[in-house]
Design a protein around this ligand. Structure first.
Ligand code: ZN
Length: 613
């Protein structure tokens, strides 16, 4: 076996956002060792070219400088020679996202993909990492949080860590600073919640609720849990949302108001959002970190890794993230149906669902979903949104056709046994084949329709099989996300005009012009700044209120600036689409089916259910 690759990382100049990272190879390729930084970070399907943040790089061997030649945007080759060889680089870190790296005088966070050079040809060698404390009195109380195995470092300490190969090294993000720590055990496995950023979260509530949620997921796939320890690395900011999954941890970015406050007895809408994010990333520890597409086994970190299966890894995960909240009793049936109705609403408001099918959406994630622009709603469909609804349809279809004997749960457990426990990647047709095997049903025509065509999903009919009535109504305003009955009969004005927009001090900026709407027909474009309707500047309530008084079929004069040129348009308001979904329980007769779907292992009936305890 090759000797370990040794890495060190020092937050060398927190005020300049610079890490100093070294990589030492005992036995470099004698013809000239090559090193590379990844072009992307697994879980976030976009080329990010982390090498662009390398500010300086140099190599040494036995105190002598070794020349480095740059071969392409992210690969370097050292001059031929024998080891040991050490490459030192300074990496700029000012991206406060779950996919990047960040460093200031308050804290440090990094994904290994941003900072650790890959030693080409020795990716399988074990890695040793020394995380060094920044110099200076102000950093004396900093601690380190990561799921990486310790070797020398104390608990939450600076010092030595190890990974069995490069893939593992970059799958344990690291947080350092003065964070809040809360710990609990789920099915016997230690879990830590690490919160960075100002917050007033009630830790007891977080511990209790996350324990319940994690145990639900562990029981779903079957004990024992696949990880020996799990760490939630939470960064709380004013406004933010995001997560990235890893094998034994997850990095989460949330609004501090999404965290529960002391004395709150209910799961608020904002806290529900946070719990949904936690649930999503935790489910990924099985679905995508261990059950993974063959295209990712192993990851090719130099370029795009194409698969049409993201609908399953992101969509099915998105389906189970909310479903687990009701299944473990953190939310009730009414709340769950509201969340589901909002997901359906978001999907129905995407005209692009008629253009791009789900398999294409997955395959082109690298250039479309992750690189959205003003035309995206017209051109693409989200593999999260539609993927989760396909998972819903699949689950209800299987339940209906097998009279409740089988469900998508069985398919997921079959995937876990065949691919998760074995580490064998899922082939492009693997999920469809396994779904048929696990349920005994012929499903090809459904997969053809739902994955490879743009035909509408039979949501209403399938929800109906489980006693859920689906109704569609007009949106009442741009803020109306659906899930609740209408309060008025007025349609939203922006919808009738066919735009999405953002109010500014000097007017209303058009962000999107929807396909086939009145605005598009009139020639209004994304980026236009609307300043007047029928010659009048909209009042304080804005453009939306000005249009809300109008009726479909009316013509309105619109003045807008395109760049610095004033333009005038005449647009005909169209009837808004009934694209806002409301779900309600319809039926006593199907109550048992509904119960088995939403609370499969709850012996109690709905009326005696306690939502939280
Ligand atoms: Zn995800």
């Amino acid at each position: 076996m090759k000797p370990p690759i040794r890495y060190t990382i020092l937050p060398a100049r927190p005020e300049g956002h610079l890490y100093r990272v070294t990589c030492t190879v005992e036995e470099p390729d004698p013809s000239g060792q090559q090193f590379a930084l990844p072009a992307w970070v697994p879980g976030s399907y976009m080329i990010r070219d982390f090498a662009r943040h390398v500010v300086s790089i140099g190599a040494q061997s036995r105190n002598r400088v070794v020349a480095l030649e740059k071969l392409d945007k992210h690969t370097w080759r050292a001059q031929a020679g024998t080891g040991p060889l050490t490459v030192t680089c300074e990496v700029y870190a000012w991206d406060l996202s779950v996919r990047g790296s960040h460093l200031d005088t308050g804290h440090g966070f990094f994904n290994g993909a941003c900072v650790f050079l890959r030693v080409l040809g020795q990716e399988g060698a074990p890695c040793e990492l020394e995380i060094l404390r920044p110099r200076g009195a102000r950093y004396r109380s900093w601690r380190v949080a990561t799921s990486m195995r310790r070797k020398g470092a104390g608990p939450f300490g600076f010092g030595g860590y190890v990974a069995s190969d490069y893939d593992e090294l970059i799958d344990h993000p690291v947080e350092m600073g003065e964070f809040t720590l809360a710990s609990f055990r789920a099915s016997g496995v230690p879990h830590d919640i690490v919160i960075t950023g100002r917050h007033r979260a009630d830790l007891a509530t977080l511990r209790r609720d996350l324990k319940r949620l994690c145990e639900k997921h562990i029981r779903f796939f079957g004990k024992p849990a696949p990880m020996k320890r799990f760490v939630f690395l939470v960064t709380a900011v004013g406004e933010g949302y995001g997560g990235l999954e890893h094998r034994a941890s997850t990095a989460l970015l949330c609004s501090r108001d999404d965290l529960p406050r002391e004395g709150e007895t209910e799961v608020t809408e904002r806290y529900r959002t946070f719990l949904g994010l936690v649930s999503h990333e935790y489910f990924h520890a099985w679905n995508v970190k261990r059950i993974k597409p063959a295209a990712f086994a192993p990851y090719d970190l130099d370029r795009e890794n194409y698969t049409a299966l993201l609908w399953a890894f992101e969509g099915i995960t998105s389906y189970y993230d909310d479903l687990a909240l009701i299944r473990c009793g953190l939310i009730g049936k009414k709340e769950y149906l509201e969340v589901l109705a909002r997901n359906i609403t978001a999907y129905l408001r995407t005209p692009g669902r008629a253009k791009q099918n789900l398999a294409e959406s997955s395959f082109d994630a690298w250039i479309k979903y992750y690189r959205q622009d003003e035309n995206s709603p017209n051109a693409i469909v989200s593999y999260y949104a539609k993927g989760s609804l396909v998972a819903l349809c699949l689950d209800l279809l299987i339940r209906d056709k097998t009279r409740g004997r089988k469900s998508l749960d069985d398919v997921m457990r079959a995937l876990w046994r065949r691919h998760g426990l074995t580490g064998v990647g899922v082939e492009e047709d693997g999920i469809e084949r396994l779904a048929e095997q696990a349920t005994g049903l012929k499903l090809k025509r459904y997969f053809d329709d739902w994955l490879r065509s743009t035909r509408e999903l039979p949501l209403k009919a399938l929800l109906g099989t489980h006693g859920v009535e689906m109704r569609l109504r007009l949106a009442e305003s741009a803020q109306d996300k659906g899930g609740r009955p209408a309060r008025s009969k007025n349609a939203a004005g922006l919808a009738m005009l066919g735009i999405r927009a953002r109010a500014q001090d000097d007017g209303t900026a058009v962000t999107h012009v929807l396909e086939g709407g009145g605005a598009q027909e009139a020639g209004i474009a994304a980026g236009d700044l609307i300043v007047a309707v029928d010659g009048l500047r909209p009042g304080q309530a804005g453009l939306e209120a000005a249009l809300a008084k109008r009726r479909p079929g009316e013509r309105v004069g619109i003045h807008a600036f395109r760049r610095d040129e004033l333009m005038s348009f005449e647009a005909r308001l169209r009837p808004a689409d009934a694209d806002t979904c409301v779900l309600s329980e319809s039926a006593g007769a199907r109550a048992r089916l509904l119960q088995r779907w939403l609370r499969p292992d709850s012996p109690r009936t709905w009326s005696r259910r306690k939502i939280r305890g």
